[in-house]
Ligand binder design. Structure first.
Ligand SMILES: Cc1ncc(COP(=O)(O)O)c(C=O)c1O
Length: 440
């Protein structure tokens, strides 16, 4: 590591003491590029090699260079974990898994038998499925799903039990982009005798826009498949914990190895490469999404636009208040330089909107976009569009979907990093085509 660099993490894999170390942390983008990515001491290679070996030579029994068998640890996974621990502000320890879902499974298994979890009600469908259909059957887990955005303190407190071990937050929620006030939920969790851990699934905002650990959360989860890798070519997940959770980290590291849902060295290398441009991509996702959200808002062919960066979003003020320190700097500068007085700011790349009409108009819109590809997932450089009612959220019973506001005319966009004017033009022509039945 260059003497000027500051890791900002105490991940087990960090490089030890550097007497020249900078006293203040380097900025987000500097850490993304340098932390966990030091030049190879033997060859000088600036980019880490991909280490495919599954086993490692020992000089004597138990005397090795930190690696024994690559399920327990390998250079590329260690490097990625070091990067992630540094990028998630307030983080010190990181553990990578073979998918976001394997990450969910591992943290829920760590709770042991017959535990209780309080979860936000419109949690990611796969998380709901694991809680309600896998952990419930296999470890007696009980989950209470609550509207953590709108429920009052008393209602939330009433859901806690003596065996409540975890509170599960996702913010913004998917696909209706409701925002949860993380410090409020943390203080409620701290006030009950079981003092459950608070986990935040930070996939939608990425470590760039939101720092839940700085807001008091105990654990952050990411599906790295989305923004952190950012190129739609890796499936992976991670947990990041603050320094004071060293014992919990050890327990999770034991499970990471024992369960074995670990990522390949190649995927770790790709995700680390992706993470190096996270700050650049997230700024572009945010400014593009704001431009697209404003175009949708201007259109008479749209009933409602949901984007927390728009002043019209009911939790717009919370969105601003909960920005990470680095995103706050970017947003403030953006508003001064580019603001149009309408009060909006970039806040990630996800938008949902209700097209005027119903399923037919939505279908015509989705078949007419040129740049927005009709596909599930999110967070890649390319723009995607989907219909939650029939795609990502199709397994939710219609009555529950209606309660959550997931109607047949709700379209979700993952706005990519193409040129903003091309994306806006694409949306405008597809809205026009949807309204005038131009699709064959
Ligand atoms: C918010 C969120 N969390 C977790 C996951 C699960 O991640 P993975 O698909 O990497 O298993 C997803 C996947 O879409 C997600 O959107």
């Amino acid at each position: 590591m260059s003497p000027a660099l500051f890791n900002g993490s105490t991940n087990n894999h960090s490089n030890g003491i550097n007497v020249f170390a900078k006293q203040t942390p380097d900025g987000f983008g500097t850490r993304a590029i340098h932390v966990g990515s030091e030049a190879d001491p033997q060859t000088g290679a600036v980019i880490p090699s991909i280490s495919l070996s599954t086993t490692y030579k020992q000089d004597g029994v138990g005397h090795h260079k930190g690696f024994e068998y690559s399920r327990s640890g390998n250079p590329n996974r260690n490097a990625l974990e070091t990067t992630l621990a540094s990028l998630e502000s307030g983080g010190a320890h990181a553990l990578a898994f073979s998918s976001g879902s394997a990450t969910t499974a591992t943290i829920l298994q760590s709770l042991g038998p017959n535990a209780h979890v309080v979860s936000v009600n419109d949690v990611y469908g796969g998380t709901f499925r694991y809680m309600a259909r896998v952990a419930s059957e296999n470890q007696g887990l009980e989950t209470t799903f609550v509207d953590l955005e709108n429920a009052d303190d008393e209602t939330i407190l009433a859901t806690f039990r003596p065996n409540t071990k975890l509170v599960w937050i996702e913010s913004p929620t998917n696909p209706t982009l409701r925002l949860i006030d993380i410090p409020r939920i943390v203080s409620l969790a701290r006030s009950v005798p079981s003092s459950p851990l608070v986990l935040v699934d930070n996939t939608f905002l990425s470590p760039y826009y939101s720092s839940p650990l700085l807001q008091g959360a105990d654990v952050v989860l990411h599906s790295l498949t989305k923004y952190v890798n950012g190129h739609s070519d890796v499936v992976m997940g991670a947990l990041i914990l603050p320094a004071h959770h060293a014992a919990l980290t050890e327990k999770l590291r034991f499970l990471q190895n024992a369960i074995g849902a670990v990522p390949s060295a190649y995927d770790c290398w790709l995700a680390q490469r992706g993470a190096k441009t996270l700050h650049l991509r997230m700024k572009a996702h945010g400014t593009n999404a704001l431009a697209v959200a404003r175009a949708l808002q201007r259109s008479p062919l749209v009933e409602e636009v949901i984007y927390p960066g728009l002043a019209s979003h009911p939790r717009h003020e919370l969105a601003y208040r909960s920005l990470s320190p680095h995103a706050r700097k970017f947003v403030d500068a953006y508003v001064v330089q580019e603001g149009d007085g309408a009060g909006g700011f970039p806040y990630g790349g996800m938008i949902s909107f209700r097209i005027r009409g119903g399923a037919e108009e939505a279908d015509r819109f989705l078949r007419t976009t040129r740049l927005f590809t009709l596909a599930e997932s999110l967070g890649g450089v390319e723009s995607l569009a989907e219909l939650p009612a029939q795609m990502t959220h199709g397994s939710i019973p219609p009555a529950e979907r209606a309660l959550l506001g997931i109607g047949d005319n709700l379209i979700r966009l993952s706005v990519g990093v193409e040129e903003a004017e091309d994306l806006v033009a694409d949306i405008e022509q597809a809205l026009q085509a949807a309204a005038t039945s131009q699709v064959a």
